[in-house]
Write a protein that binds this ligand. Sequence first.
Ligand code: BJW
Ligand code: ZN
Length: 253
Amino acid sequence: MSFSDALSFSDTLVQRLARAQHVAVLTGAGISAESGVPTFRDADGLWQKFRPEELANVRAFLRNPELVQGWYAHRGEVIREVAPNAGHYALAELERMKPHVHLATQNVDGLHLEAGSTNVAELHGNLRRIYCIDCGTPADEHDLVVIEEGEVARCTACGGLLRPDVVWFGEMLPEEAFADAARAAMLADVYLSVGTSGAVYPAAGLPIEAKRHGAYVAEINIQPSEIASHLDETVLGKAGEVLPALLQAIADF
Ligand code: BJW
Ligand code: ZN
């Protein structure tokens, strides 16, 4: 494992990435931080009052739907106002430069698709989709927003509670999305883990699996993640600065 700063990632990373046919990427909240979406576990992150494990689970939702719905309605409003940043665009560009690029994201903001990446697995769902927990009918994302203070948003078809189509603790990840991400990790020549704390499984296991199957694995983060010691290299820096510089380096290679 080695550490390098934003503009001095290792020659090995540049060489391996320049030659790679199969590249797989895992992203987390850090890649959207520069777009203005708060992360989960940083000092100014989303969860200053509640730990993610306390709020992002079905028991918390059933116990206090108003709190959890209000929380997602607020985040939905934030997401509607933000745009992809240089990090998202660099990964979309990488897809055009390489024959096989697979992008697995833990983010629910849809910014990779908006930036133009097409081969994207949304491992933790998408906050813009809302559905009824009783009859499964999809609802409009605005249905979560228009509720009056103290009220709970309910399905117009059956009166059931509305929830966002995201993956909470204790819930399974979407089967096909995770299978695609696991396959890409096994096939990868180079694996990039970008802006994730590596605190949440099974997503955090993907870079480790990639390394076990022979990939060169680098993470890009403003600080070493919880899985840093398992990886080949930590590039310390902002995703929106490191990724464009890395692409430039492989274009010049
Ligand atoms: C920058 C930057 C910049 C800042 N540039 N970087 C194995 C071991 C132990 C436990 C488990 C295990 N396997 C499963 C579990 C249980 C559990 C789990 O992982 N628990 C942990 C707490 C240990 N996992 C689950 O329950 C998962 N399901 C599952 O395993 O199903 C099977 C099963 C079912 C039933 C019973 C048993 C098993 C589901 C996990 C769902 C996670 N959901 C959330 C909420 C999604 C909806 C929402 O958005 O509200 O997903 S929690 C939250 O954490 C969200 C994120 O996607 C996820 C990861 O966070 P992320 O993206 O890494 O963000 P941060 O904030 O943590 O980190 C940001 C990073 O960016 C930091 O490192 C910064 O430094 C960096 N950064 N600015 C680059 N500019
Ligand atoms: Zn319903």
